[in-house]
Design a protein around this ligand. Structure first.
Ligand code: FES
Length: 110
């Protein structure tokens, strides 16, 4: 089962999840990484779930059109939309209050 390491607000959270699980779906049913995970629509539109992938990006599928539309060039910087990812391998990601996360969360890009 994949192990997830998640960083936010200067804290680090660890969780083990079932294979082929989505972190936004889990947070929506109050399982890890709830209550610390930032998300909104769950449909690749709002960008609130944007996260910097620190480790494990090589196991993720190629970004889909929603991620490309919302994140643009920031995909090359390592960002993904967590709501679009179904995890099959270990992953480390961050939703620290970076300038990008703030801008995306405010809906000022995309
Ligand atoms: S939760 Fe809205 S884009 Fe992922």
């Amino acid at each position: 089962m994949p192990n997830v390491v998640f960083h936010r607000n200067g804290q680090t959270f660890h969780g083990e999840i079932k294979e082929n699980t989505n972190l936004v779906v889990r947070a929506g049913i109050r399982q890890f990484p709830h209550p610390n995970f930032l998300y909104g629509c769950g449909m690749g539109k709002c960008g609130k779930c944007a996260a910097l992938i620190i480790k494990g990006a090589e196991h993720l599928p190629e970004p889909n059109w929603k991620e490309k539309k919302r994140l643009g060039a920031r995909i090359e910087a390592g960002y993904r939309l967590a709501c679009q990812l179904w995890l099959t391998h270990d992953l480390e990601l961050s939703q620290e209050a970076t300038p990008l996360a703030d801008v995306v969360a405010a809906g000022k890009v995309g």
